[in-house]
Design a protein around this ligand. Structure first.
Ligand code: NAP
Length: 258
């Protein structure tokens, strides 16, 4: 996806993007050595997102308040941390979530970024998680530490989530990665909750339409697929490093393998 954008921008002679695996124990040592090897930045994924933030001398408000970084930039001997998961999610939405009622399913890393983004834009945001204490911790810690959180944030039970009327429903769990998992069985979500005027967001990208997205489409709801969020967060990272707006369609085609 990133190399396809780099090629489309005519930057392939100067820039390239490559995957590097790092054991957690060596993350800091290997990352601080990257600038000397010619790297201007890095995307960071699990399990290194908290370590990436800790390593940086400077961080965006999003990275600091979410407590994780997925993008590092190296300049003048400094490391800066950003989190493009949250702005990437917002960029993928068809309209701003201010004033909407949102349900975030999950309380892991992506749920943290999504809840921060939605509540930060003024959505009334409920969080449900299979392990209830993690939803309570997430709602409490985001409300306490985030200057940018504008909408109310609450942890909800499965019964409350099922009874709620939501404009935006975001699956931030891993449910759906495997085709055998039924989101309507494992999550407090009824198919009837999806329909015109509702937006279903599925962070899962599985190389196929997930069951949640298929049901939402069939019922006339709006959809944002995991692939869209992936492309937007990657585009924001590329923009940070190059200062150029990358071509989203090229990135999407490359990420989808089409
Ligand atoms: P994570 O930190 O490991 O969190 C996993 C979450 O899934 C937890 O809330 C966990 O609940 C929940 N969960 C797992 N199995 C479940 C089940 N059977 N029923 C109900 N809940 C279940 O993972 P993450 O980083 O947030 O990622 C979540 C998903 O988003 C993954 O599929 C990942 O690939 C995707 N993702 C996509 C993007 C994108 O750009 N599209 C970005 C980031 C992540 P417990 O707390 O109870 O264990």
């Amino acid at each position: 996806m990133q190399n396809a954008a780099i090629a489309a921008l005519g930057l392939a002679d100067e820039w390239s993007y490559e995957a590097i695996e790092m054991p957690p124990a060596d993350f800091a040592e290997l990352t601080v050595a990257l600038p000397a090897k010619g790297f201007v930045g890095a995307n960071v994924t699990l399990p290194h997102k908290e370590a990436a933030l800790a390593l940086a001398g400077e961080a965006s408000a999003a990275a600091t308040e979410i407590g994780a970084a997925n993008t590092l930039s190296f300049f003048g001997g400094q490391i800066r941390a950003d989190n493009t998961d949250a702005p990437g999610l917002l960029a993928a939405l068809p309209e701003a979530p201010a004033g909407k009622r949102a349900l975030v399913l999950g309380a892991g890393g992506s749920a943290r970024a999504v809840a921060w983004a939605l509540a930060g834009q003024g959505a009334r945001t409920d969080i449900w998680n299979r392990t209830a204490e993690r939803a309570e911790e997430l709602a409490g810690s985001l409300a306490a530490t985030s200057a940018g959180v504008a909408g109310p944030l609450s942890a909800v039970t499965a019964d409350q989530a099922r009874a709620g009327r939501y404009d935006v429903i975001a699956n931030c769990t891993t449910v759906g990665m495997s085709e055998s998992e039924d989101p309507f069985g494992e999550l407090p979500l009824d198919p009837e909750a999806l329909g015109p005027g509702v937006l279903a967001v599925d962070l899962v990208y599985a190389g196929r339409e997930t069951a949640l997205i298929a049901e939402a489409r069939a019922r006339g709801a709006g959809v944002v697929e995991g692939l869209d969020v992936l492309v937007h967060q990657g585009a924001q990272a590329l923009r940070i490093w190059t200062g150029i707006d990358p071509p989203l369609d090229v990135m999407r085609d490359a990420a989808a393998g089409t």
